[in-house]
Design a protein around this ligand. Structure first.
Ligand SMILES: O=c1[nH]c(=O)c2[nH]c(=O)[nH]c2[nH]1
Length: 312
């Protein structure tokens, strides 16, 4: 085999997990955004890999510095908006044809302290981390097209009834008893693709990313609570269908939902009945549901999802 039979495959490089905390101190009531940003550049960087020529390589250190400088110069309104700024900045450079910018956003809420009349009020500059879920965003720019994906991970939910599972095929390896009443629990990870063009509109302020985020989260939680579930898959689809029905800016929503099993403990050795009251919270293994809910006829945009682990 000659060395010309070996070529560089798909590649990207950048700075991973730039931790940036932006405080807005314009008024005594400070606000805080806490992000973990990654910047990955794509372009013709072959010479760097094959001959060590760094002429075209925008240093990962420069990418990191750009994140901090942009946080100062532009502020951080939403993770989506911040990634659009970064992506458009880097693809404006001759060496860069595309890339992927992603962020996790960690929520903080104000600490509540007694006010002058004793009622609890929100403190102006003290915060407590409030991790119900982690907000995520990812922007891929490929072939001049922006693919913007919002999302969240690890929204942990549980319902104590209103969930069944039965009617599945039985074979000699099946031991699972059918149930018409079980605990259902999962850690919901969701990612939604904004309709093509939404990014451009967003730059003009037409998409309120915070409002979309709040609505998606509320709808997903509502569906989990309100749908009488025949399976976790059915609940997943109902959540996706409701989101697409309510929010036209979203064209595809994808979920990862582990089935956090809760096993009814056999208390009969102790002469005790256990009508769905005492459970062993399972750890591993767990069921795992992974599906996309999309609009019929929506264009396939695989580039939006490449490099996002765990989503089909
Ligand atoms: O909601 C469920 N879906 C399944 O596919 C499945 N399989 C299983 O063993 N339990 C469950 N629960």
């Amino acid at each position: 085999m000659s060395s010309s039979d070996i070529v560089l495959g798909p590649n990207q490089y950048g700075k991973a997990e730039v931790r940036v905390v932006r405080v807005n101190r314009e008024t005594p009531v400070h606000t805080l955004v806490d992000l973990n940003v990654s910047s990955m550049l794509r372009g013709d960087f072959t010479e760097c890999y094959t001959s060590g020529d760094n002429t075209r390589v925008i240093a990962t250190d420069t990418q990191k510095n750009t994140v901090y400088a942009f946080a100062k110069e532009h502020g951080i309104t939403t993770p989506e908006q911040f990634l659009l700024l970064l992506g458009q900045h880097f693809t404006g450079q001759a060496e860069v044809s595309g890339g992927r910018w992603s962020a996790e956003s960690y929520p903080w809420e104000r600490i509540r302290v007694p006010g002058p009349d004793g009622t609890l009020t929100e403190h102006e500059h003290s915060f407590v981390k409030s991790k119900q879920e982690i907000r995520t965003a990812a922007l891929t720019i490929a072939d001049g097209v922006e693919h913007l994906v919002g999302g969240f991970s690890d929204l942990t939910v549980l319902k104590t009834t209103g969930s069944e599972f039965s009617g599945y095929p039985k074979d000699r390896y099946t031991t699972l008893p059918e149930t018409d009443d079980r605990v259902m629990a999962t850690d919901i990870t969701a990612r939604w693709l904004f309709a093509a063009g939404a990014e451009g509109q967003a730059a003009a302020g037409a998409v309120d990313f915070d409002a979309v985020y709040a609505r998606v989260k509320q709808i997903v939680l509502e569906q989990f609570a309100l749908v009488h579930s025949l399976s976790l898959q059915q609940t997943l689809y109902a959540a996706g269908e409701a989101v697409l029905g309510a929010i036209e800016e979203i064209e595809d929503i994808r979920f990862v939902m582990p089935n956090n099993h809760h096993y009814v403990v056999d208390l009969s050795p102790f002469g005790l009945e256990n009508p769905n009251e005492v459970f062993q919270a399972g750890d591993r293994p767990y069921g795992l549901m992974n599906a996309s809910v999309t609009r019929r006829g929506a264009p396939a945009r695989p580039q939006a999802w490449e490099w996002i682990a765990g989503f089909c």
